[in-house]
Design a protein around this ligand. Structure first.
Ligand code: FAD
Length: 390
């Protein structure tokens, strides 16, 4: 297999590199991470620039408004934007990386027309209303109910850990539409307008001090039946599509970021003498570099699978499990290199590393915990029996 750029890929890389070289020097500095409205404005303005330049939805098919790029070109896009220090996807994460792809795969032509352009241009921000108190790992236990009333569903219940809810326009929402059906069969996937009467958002503070996510309360909220993606009561299947994108491809750009961080960490270790003094640390850095190399291969696999068959397969959970654990090890290693400097956020050299380490604690929980990914890998990838079955 030839892993070098083809002439077309090399031209795509050059064009993107030139464009990034022109626009990035004029970009204002990123806003205060505690200020979500400012972060929304910043992230969506960047998305608009990508859109205007023809780089929004690089890997989405042309018929849904994307650029129809090959998997290799999408990976080049991730490499080059990261290398140049372009802004992270941020507030556009849910829309671009899993709600949009779900609508592209499962929505009607009208739904694609209604929602995909706003995601691509950065005009509209999305959040995800899946988890509830009592329905996190066991998502099929969800109780938020939707009762049909003419052309609307009337939705009541509550959601938890809804990232970016405070600044979102739309929410991919799971509701129970048939309480009498077996629990995986009575669920529907709706698009909730966040400004509808009866929607209340109550921000939750994280370890980092940011209001990254929120509780969502829904009190008799009217959602048009036309906002249902997939058939009524077929929402569990649509949810598996969303989770495959979320676990299989959404973190692809972060693998590039982690590979760069590893190189920076080796440099830091050399500068502060740890590199020479600690062969164990050198070995750990080398092993981690190999793991991130393997993770990049998994990214290539999942992206190709998504573009070939429309959706990444159960290997998405292999990636999610290995990536989130490797990322935590990377920042634990950074703490070992920094020593006591890693214990405080005090405007020092270690701040970014410490912030990333604290943030990374959530990576083995968000988008499904490591224990749940292990169960999925055991049963759906390796074909092992479910607990209690021979
Ligand atoms: C940073 C962050 C952002 C998030 N953003 C969103 C969002 O935008 N939208 C959204 O809907 N949700 C979001 N979540 C919620 C996330 O999906 C859930 O936290 C996750 O699915 C775990 O559910 P839980 O918190 O209810 O834990 P629980 O399900 O209560 O699990 C507690 C522990 O028990 C373990 N456990 C549970 N069942 C099993 C089992 N069968 N076998 C083995 N171990 C098991 C779990 O692995 C875990 O360690 C976010 C979470 C985080 C941390």
């Amino acid at each position: 297999m030839d892993l070098q750029d083809t002439p077309a890929e090399a031209a795509f890389r050059r064009g993107l590199r030139d464009w990034l070289g022109k626009v990035l020097p004029d970009l204002p500095p990123p806003p205060d991470p505690l200020d979500w409205p400012a972060r929304r404005a910043y992230d969506t303005a960047w998305q608009r620039r990508l859109y205007d330049a023809g780089y929004a939805g690089v890997h989405w098919p042309r018929e849904v408004g994307g650029q129809g790029a090959t998997p290799a070109e999408y990976l080049i896009f991730l490499e080059e934007t990261e290398r140049a220090g372009a802004p992270y996807v941020g507030a556009n994460f849910v829309g671009l990386l899993h709600a949009g792809p779900t609508i592209a795969a499962e929505g009607t032509a009208e739904q694609r027309r209604r929602w995909l352009p706003g995601i691509l241009s950065g005009a509209e921000v999305w959040c995800q209303g899946f988890s509830e108190p009592g329905a996190g790992s066991d998502l099929a236990a969800l109780r938020t109910r939707a009762v049909r009333d003419g052309d609307d569903y009337v939705v009541s219940g509550s959601k938890l850990w809804t990232s970016h809810a405070e600044v979102a326009d739309w929410c991919e929402l799971l509701v129970r539409t048939d309480p009498a059906a077996p629990r995986h069969r009575g669920i529907s996937w709706l698009v909730l307008p966040m400004d509808a009467p009866g929607v209340t958002v109550r921000p939750l503070r994280t370890l980092m001090g940011t209001a990254e996510f929120a509780e969502l309360f829904l009190d008799e909220v009217r959602v048009p039946v036309a906002n249902r993606v997939g058939a009524e009561n077929d929402g569990w299947r649509v949810t598996m599509v969303t989770l495959s994108f979320e676990r299989g491809t959404a973190f692809a750009g972060e693998v590039v970021a982690c590979r760069r961080a590893l190189v920076e960490l080796a440099g830091l270790a050399r500068r502060n003498g740890v590199w020479e003094a600690d062969p164990g640390l050198r070995r750990s850095l080398g092993l981690l570099a190999a793991r991130f190399g393997a993770l990049w291969r998994l990214v290539q696999w999942n992206v190709s699978e998504a573009q070939g068959g429309g959706v990444p397969g159960p290997g998405a959970s292999v990636f999610k499990l290995c990536f989130s654990e490797a990322r935590q090890e990377l920042y634990d290693l950074a703490a070992a290199v920094l020593g006591s400097g890693a214990l405080v956020l005090a405007d020092g050299e270690g701040d970014d590393w410490t912030a990333q380490r604290l943030q990374g604690l959530s990576y083995t929980i968000a988008a499904g915990t490591s224990q749940i990914q292990r169960n999925i890998v055991a049963q759906r990838v390796l074909g092992l029996p479910k607990p209690g079955r021979a």
